[in-house]
Design a protein around this ligand. Structure first.
Ligand code: GLN
Length: 171
């Protein structure tokens, strides 16, 4: 997509990037290591300056302001409640076609791997996609983006393009 991507592991690297994607994985591990590496306050600082941050799956958990009973520190950027593992165990992972008008009329094929759901969104948060039963699985607050699923596993680039459009754009 014409964008240089670097792995961010240390707080000072955040001064060299225009945007940050926090990927899926295991949010307890992400929270524990982020605290150990002292990166949480720097993520908060850069996000407060307007750096776009996109959290996918465990990353969405990491950027949520409210996560019931989470045992580790989190970045707590976005005004939403995210509940972990609501669809069941790893074996209950699934795929779904989502209507997502902000990226166009064609549905987005989404892969959910032991995914969380967005259980509540605050006033400044826009819901971008839901499952057929109304479960919220994508949302945006200014330059913060959260998706319950894994857009890096499908060839559709529209969400990545949408995220890039947040760099330097209106909050
Ligand atoms: N179940 C994981 C968690 O709670 C998230 C899974 C994922 O990122 N695919 O952190």
């Amino acid at each position: 997509m014409g964008v240089a991507a670097v792995d961010v592991r240390r707080p000072e690297q955040l001064d060299q990037v225009d945007a940050l994607i926090i990927p899926g994985g295991e949010s307890t591990t992400i929270g524990k290591l982020a605290a150990q590496y002292g990166i949480i306050s720097k993520v908060r600082e850069r996000a407060a300056e307007g750096m776009p941050v996109w959290g996918t799956c465990a990353g969405a958990i990491f950027i949520a302001k409210n996560v019931p009973a989470h045992p580790h520190p989190l970045a707590a950027l976005m005004d939403m409640t995210v509940e972990r593992n609501v669809f069941g165990r790893q074996i209950d992972s699934f795929e779904a076609d989502l209507d997502m008008p902000v990226i166009g009329p064609k549905p987005f094929h989404a892969i959910f791997i032991r995914a969380p759901r967005i259980a509540r969104v605050g006033d400044g948060v826009d819901v971008l996609a839901t499952l057929n039963d109304g479960t919220v699985v994508a949302a945006r607050q200014g330059r913060l983006l959260a998706t319950s699923f894994h857009p890096e596993l499908t060839p559709d680039r529209r969400l990545h393009e949408y995220f890039l459009s947040l760099i330097g754009g209106a909050p």
